[in-house]
Write a protein that binds this ligand. Structure first.
Ligand code: URA
Length: 210
């Protein structure tokens, strides 16, 4: 986050996608476009797959059951949701919770690249197989590779990427929970976000108290 504690809210408008009709199936299934949330100068960027039913209803990424797990892991790592940016590979809900198609991922890529370019984050965390494969442009065995850090050329530069299982994986397989929490703690450590004054961890940035 910027030194003056600004959260870049004004700049957030530039990263919004006001309308898009590129993916016919998604236009049909979505209620709205779900843009990324969080400071536009965040040092830590989480990238999920695409909005689910709750996100489609509420217009914000990771606000359903997966989001609860992510929030808990962030708190556990000493971070507040408000300290990080959270976005998705595709911004519209795929029908029947299916994975986005290759064409849909490609159609939405420019929005994600703009977000990465604007933030220039210290670290990008891919939440699950789909975003990991999309950003690394190779197949990923996510359970085995989760917790690993790699460099990837994104938005014109080499960027540090930490791979993670999707938070939903911890809901259908409890044995993945500790590993997921450890990966999020690693994200806090590598990005340095949790070390900074103003990082909450209690759901509120401490700068808001002043
Ligand atoms: N799963 C995702 O990948 N993204 C969301 O926003 C919610 C659930």
């Amino acid at each position: 986050m910027s030194e003056d504690g600004g959260d870049g809210a004004a700049l957030d408008e530039d990263l919004r996608v006001p309308s898009c009709e590129r993916c016919p199936a998604l236009v049909e299934s979505r209620s709205r476009i779900v843009d990324g949330v969080g400071p536009t100068d965040a040092d830590l960027l989480f990238v999920g797959e695409g909005p689910g039913a709750t996100e489609d209803e509420e217009g914000e990424p990771f606000v359903g059951r997966s989001g609860d797990v992510l929030d808990e892991a962030l708190r556990d790592a000493g971070l507040a949701r408000a300290d990080v940016r959270i976005t998705n590979c595709v911004r519209c809900r795929p029908p029947d919770n299916r994975d986005p198609t290759t064409d849909e991922l490609a159609n939405c890529r420019g929005h994600l690249e703009s977000e990465i370019e604007r933030l220039a984050p210290e670290l990008i965390v891919t939440l699950g197989k789909v975003p990991s494969e999309h950003l690394l442009d190779r197949s990923v065995a996510i359970t085995g590779e989760s917790g690993g850090v790699v460099d990837a050329r994104l938005a014109g530069e080499s960027r540090r990427v930490l791979l993670s299982v999707h938070p939903a994986a911890t809901l259908y397989d409890r044995s993945q929970r500790d590993g997921f929490f450890e990966t999020i703690a690693r994200a806090a450590e590598l990005s340095g976000v949790g070390d900074r004054e103003g990082s909450g961890g209690d759901g509120q940035s401490r700068l808001g108290e002043f």
